[in-house]
Design a protein around this ligand. Sequence first.
Ligand code: F6P
Length: 511
Amino acid sequence: MALSKINPTKLSSWKKLIQQFDKENNYHINDFFTGENNRLEKFSINWNNFYVDFSKNRLSNNSFKLLKSLCDETNLKNNIEKYFNGSVINETESRAVLHTALRSLENDEVNITLNKIIKISDEINSAKRLGYSGKKITDVVNIGIGGSHLGPDMVTKALSYYNKGIVPHFISNIDPDFTSKLIEKLNPETTIFIIVSKTFTTIETLENANKIRAWFIDNTSEDYIKDHFICISNNTEAPKKFGVSSENILSIPEWVGGRFSLWGSVGLIISIVIGSDNFKDFLRGANEMDIHFKSSPFEKNIPVVLALISIWYNNFFKYETEAILPYSQFLSKLPDYLQQASMESNGKSIDRNGRKVNYETGSILWGSTGTNAQHAFFQLMHQGTKIIPCDLIAFKESLYGDSAQHEILNSNFLAQSNALMMGKSNSGKNIHKNIDGNKPSNSIVINKLDPFNLGSLIAMYENKIFTIGSILNIYSYDQWGVELGKSIAKQILLGHDEGLDESSKKIRKQL
Ligand code: F6P
């Protein structure tokens, strides 16, 4: 059974939201605190190790109730069931979307792969699996792009505190200089290469893999490819031709989309770097968030609430972007990761009925870490003409126990949401110092940046993305838009520029 195909703008809740928006779009967030009872209690969620405060939004209780009706009118509950039960909800590719099964560990295929992940990472970490000359592995290089890169890169950096002693590297771009520079410092005796490509046809990954393979053979022997190369793919034949031995090929099931694949075999580098016990905790944390998402009432359901707020701003206020602002330098790659997860999923303009949409779909996502971002683009957020709803994310504990410096970090986190909302009136003294405030934010406070909580955080955003797609009646799990550029690049490489426009033909001559 497919997801329901309901145009949200035809629903009575949507129409009422338009009227409600007209009434209250000039209100100050602070007015909601004074004018509504128990705002903080209604507009916050305490769950596991998370405290989510969404009270600092330009959203009244009445609008929030209408947004919840929008969930009901678009059959969100049923759609969530279909997402988790393996229905073919990615209809344009005739696939189920079951990355959530990778963390529920109830599926035999999933468990077989997980056991392989655990075995390989434990053997590397315990020095049972050594390099061809008998030395302990010190470096692991992930060769992959998009979903085969961003998740593992983000998570290994986010959880670098838990690193077991192996250095992770990532080659994604087809830029040959970057790859050449990286191999300069690698020792083939102590390095494992993981080629990650669901299709094993992605040009960036294949070119880089072949370049590394040639370098490896030049410095060692072709016989050792089988000891130093692992391949993660849905395509089993091509990796074998490359020289990877069958026990070093881990599969990616068809029902796992690239940008949601880090929970399975694509996460191998994560498990190697943080250890398999931590990797299992990471999966458990994500699974707990899935259970919360499936079973909580919409008004206390973190992914649903965040999705509704996003739809409210994007479609009614017409705010086009959302910023992700983690107050942890270890989460520096979270905005990049979420850009693909969200924008490749909900950047669509045809609805599930095959019609062009007449409303907004995916927002533009971006961001950086606090406090760095405060010294870069926060000025525009406070005094510019654009309004940028944001998620501010903070952790209660410092990993290394430096509570004094951590307090400075978290004071900044709190100061920003307060300043964004309240601003500061300079009562006519110097108009340039006047800060209007009324800028929205969500505050997400998490106990500690550990594998379990990071798993929950990522699953929270994945389920938010699903909810937005479900309500907005679009297909979130295909990505036909990225295919066009790939095929044109292929034609250019083959020397066919007949199809190019005049400007591109001229640029081609400059290259
Ligand atoms: O950029 C498009 C895309 O298809 C992503 O969705 C995917 O994560 C990436 O390319 C890499 O694909 P593959 O894992 O097949 O090499």
